[in-house]
Ligand binder design. Structure first.
Ligand code: SDX
Length: 387
């Protein structure tokens, strides 16, 4: 898959050599500076920046579909509280067709008729699911969404409010969360998005296809990297290392020692999202008055690696996961929930790619071929003759 165009797509353009990322033609640095997550989600899904009316209607559809059926809480109760948050999220998403059967018939023509509502449900409820998972793990009561709150404020409310005291997000916190989610909105044919297209190509409905994408995202080489980066930075901090030992181990080339948050399957230059998030780290932590030692460790590690021929020769630069965990920790989000945050951010990309598959009149089921390197023909041997 490294150099195979698996599909035609109009959603996101990546230039790995020059570190360029555009959604529907708009550069990511401009969207990060002027847009927000909900508007970028609309752009990624529908192909154009929304008019004021479209933006208002889309936001209202998201707010109206934030609440989750009470029975769905029982799905969580089937998991131990220390289960993988991504496993719980995938289970909840895969249950959506049972609650929205009319939107998920596994018939492209019928499902496309209800696409707008299904898309809003997916984006809004994945956000609510993540807050529910967090509350379930902590043994806290679920907080119902508030229709009057914007997307990120509502998420933070559902995460951190108490029955007796509402959590009111500081504007800086909501803005930082908007940025983190926006930067994850889509990223061409990454592992999990390609999974959504693969599953969707069988005419599986949107929710089922996204659930498969969530499973792919959970891997430490993909969406799980933001957690792996924090474990890496924490162990460097705890060992009192300045990163030297870690970089030496990373250069050994063994997969288990990799510098997490570094390298990328496409970028052979800086991941533009890493630059934006890295700059936002300083701003957010300063505004929140947080002095996180892991930020200075990350910066020192980045500087050391970028001067090291091992990384330079392999064109290994920081990717989106290198700094994202530091911001999410500053917002009070626990490390084990970082990958589920990635899923909230990536939902628009999954939806937009499923829509391209479902609405392609010439679409076919994805069925890659292989290079067969196994045995040539041989005849059966009865067990009596096997030694
Ligand atoms: C995401 O695809 C996307 O767009 C993904 C994503 C998205 O938005 O959806 O951008 C999100 O998944 C970002 C990546 C998060 N993962 C990590 O940070 C994990 C650490 N990174 C690596 O495991 C690796 O860089 C990958 C998995 C990201 C990319 O792997 P590739 O392209 O298959 O690279 P490779 O395995 O072919 O490595 C090439 C060389 C090898 O050395 P040699 O065999 O040539 O001697 O580079 C080395 C590798 O050993 N290498 C690393 C390294 N990454 C690659 N060495 C040390 N540390 C690393 N991080």
């Amino acid at each position: 898959y490294g150099n195979t165009g698996s599909c035609d797509s109009k959603i996101t353009y990546l230039d790995g050599d020059n570190g360029i990322l555009r959604h529907r033609g708009y550069p990511i640095d401009q969207l990060a500076r002027y847009s927000d997550f909900v508007e970028t989600a609309y752009l990624v899904i529908y192909g154009e920046l929304p008019t004021p009316t479209q933006r208002k209607d889309f936001g209202l559809l998201l707010r109206k579909n934030a609440a989750v059926e009470t029975q769905m809480q029982k799905i969580l109760e089937g998991f131990p509280t220390n289960a993988s948050p991504m496993a719980m999220l995938s289970a909840l998403v895969s249950a959506l067709p049972a609650y929205h059967a009319d939107l998920a018939t596994n018939n492209f023509e019928k499902d496309m008729k209800h696409f707008d509502l299904a898309a809003a449900i997916a984006i809004s409820k994945i956000r609510t699911f993540v807050a529910m998972i967090y509350r379930y793990q902590k043994g806290l009561p679920f907080m119902f969404p508030k229709q009057e709150l914007p997307f990120c404020d509502n998420f933070l409310h559902m995460m951190f409010s108490e029955p007796y005291k509402d959590y009111i997000a500081m504007p800086e916190v909501a803005k930082a969360l908007n940025l983190v989610l926006l930067l994850h909105a889509d990223h061409e044919q990454n592992c999990s998005t390609s999974t959504v297209r693969m599953v969707g190509s069988s005419a599986a409905n949107l929710f089922t296809s996204i659930s498969a994408g969530v499973c792919a995202l959970s891997g430490p080489l993909h969406g799980g990297a933001n957690v792996a980066v924090m474990h890496m930075l924490q162990s460097i901090h705890d060992e009192g290392d300045d990163g030297t030992r870690f970089i030496a181990a990373a250069k050994s080339g063994t997969k288990g020692n990799r510098l997490m948050g570094f390298g990328h399957a496409v970028y052979r230059n800086f991941d533009p999202r890493a630059k934006i998030i890295g700059e936002a780290c300083d701003e957010v932590l300063n505004k929140l008055g947080i002095d996180d030692p892991l930020l200075s460790i990350a910066k020192n590690l980045e500087q050391a690696a970028l001067k090291d021929d091992y990384f330079i020769s392999r064109k290994l630069y920081p990717n989106v996961d290198f700094y994202s965990g530091i911001i999410m920790r500053a917002l009070g989000i626990p490390m084990n929930m970082f990958t589920t945050m990635f899923a909230i951010g990536r939902a628009p990309g999954y939806i937009a790619n499923w829509r391209e598959v479902a609405s392609n009149p010439k679409g076919r089921i994805y069925r890659p071929r292989q290079i067969y390197v196994g045995h040539t023909k041989r005849d059966y041997v009865s067990i009596a003759k096997r030694t």
